[in-house]
Ligand binder design. Structure first.
Ligand SMILES: Cc1ncc(COP(=O)(O)O)c(C=O)c1O
Length: 421
């Protein structure tokens, strides 16, 4: 008999036999869900700190955090307290009325980002949609021909139509063409190519400081500066997608703050870790960009709800003191992975910043993700060959050592199997 610590959905047939929790969940999902996800064979039941547990109580070190969302790990006591308190007070108010928390959170974001005005929504893609509308509206005000958006090959901006239109990876787009007209793609880190494509028709330039889904590829500071210069030259809006690399992930509030001297965007979008698992996305804009969008031009029923805002405010308070720790742990993990690179020649490169790290292999990393899972470590694989790590910001050296130990065993197994051959 399975000993389960929780109530799981059970179909009557499966209840009769001795199916595992995984089998039960899988059976129902395969019957009733749109089959859009290729999930790993694991049901998550609960989490505490940097660990998650399956229904049988096996524990896993969580170094992917729901793709960069659970920034403070799981069940952080301060977040749980705020969430409980707000749940008994007010869940939802819509944007017909004020709640007490949007203003303070927007003020915090303004101070952290150096940009002025925030719009609240519920996901990364939704924040990108809003930013694209701002770009279009900005162009419109100048002339009807100014609607092109320059984006990067290998980028990822979300699954909605607008965001897909500027996502520079064919595999996400191909089934949905034709997409929004006016998207122009250019090679990352090629300033000459960028200069060739930006012109008077350009309403906006959109880029990720560190391409996440694309395989943890950082942009060079020269490239970012060129993007800023061209946006200014042609009166276009510069948009930074900080959905994966932002809100503390790199050891700065936002990845663009790694630049010195600082390169500011006109618009910045962020989401994932902002409310640590309660859905929230934001568009943060300077005054010039904010002028593009006026009353009635955009909105969201759920955006800026009191629960999400309060959790995000509490998170921002905690993040203030955590940034140096993120940087320190990032360096520690990076150095440990480079140590492994010396032992395993099939590791081509260790890339990234802070706690956003990719390990590029000379072969597909998919089997290694399964091997690590078996050994109690959660990570994922992006861009086929890149093992991606997005650990929680509260991770300690001890937990990093544990992850490195598991990875060493996984790499040894891969070497023995001859995965690289
Ligand atoms: C850089 C970037 N932009 C946009 C998105 C889309 O965010 P969401 O899945 O919340 O819509 C993602 C998601 O992975 C992302 O990494």
């Amino acid at each position: 008999m399975n000993v389960m610590s929780t109530v799981l959905p059970i179909s009557p047939e499966l209840e009769k036999n001795d199916a595992s929790a995984l089998d039960r969940v899988r059976a129902l999902e395969s019957e009733y869900l749109l089959q859009t996800y290729a999930r790993y064979p694991l049901v998550l039941d609960r989490g505490k700190g940097c660990f998650v547990f399956d229904p049988e109580g096996k524990r896993y070190l969580d170094f992917i955090t729901g793709i960069g969302v659970n920034a403070l790990g799981h069940a952080h006591p301060r977040l749980v307290k705020v969430l409980r308190e707000q749940a008994s007070r007010l869940w939802h108010s819509s944007n017909l009325y004020y709640n007490a928390y949007q203003g303070p959170l927007a003020e915090r974001l303004a101070k952290a980002s150096g940009l002025k005005r925030t719009f609240f929504c519920n996901s990364g893609a939704e924040s990108m949609e809003g930013a694209l509308k701002m770009v279009r509206a900005h162009g419109h005000k100048i002339n009807a021909e100014k609607y092109e958006i320059v984006a990067l090959h290998n980028s990822f901006h979300g699954r909605t139509f607008g965001a897909l239109s500027i996502t520079g990876q064919e595999k996400y787009r191909q089934d949905f063409e034709p997409l929004l007209p006016g998207a122009r793609f250019v090679q990352p880190n090629d300033e000459v190519a960028l200069e060739q494509v930006v012109n008077n028709r350009t309403a906006g330039i959109v880029l990720e400081w560190i391409q996440g889904e694309g395989g943890i590829f950082p942009m060079s500071i020269e490239y970012i500066r060129k993007a800023r210069e061209l946006a200014d030259r042609y009166d276009a809006l510069l948009v930074f997608d900080e959905i994966q690399c932002g809100v503390g992930r790199t050891g700065k509030y936002f990845a663009y703050q790694l630049s010195d001297p600082l390169v500011l965007p006109d618009v910045m979008v962020a989401a994932k870790p902002l409310a640590c698992g309660i859905p929230m996305g934001v568009i943060v804009a300077n005054d010039r960009a904010a002028q593009s969008i006026g009353s009635g031009m955009h909105g969201s029923t759920f955006g800026g709800g009191p629960i999400a805002c309060r959790v995000a405010l509490e998170f921002m308070d905690i993040l203030d003191g955590l940034l140096p720790h993120i940087d320190k742990m990032g360096r520690y993990f990076h150095a440990g992975l480079e140590g492994l690179q010396k032992q395993f020649p099939f590791i081509r490169e260790v890339r990234g910043q802070g706690l956003m790290i990719g390990v590029d292999l000379s072969f597909s990393g998919k089997q290694l993700v399964l091997d690590a899972l078996e050994q109690g470590l959660l990570m994922n694989c992006t861009h086929d060959t890149v093992l991606r790590f997005l650990p929680p910001y509260i991770v300690t050296e001890k937990e990093i050592d544990r992850a490195l130990g598991i990875l060493k065993r996984v790499f040894k197994l891969a070497a023995k199997r001859g995965d690289a051959n």
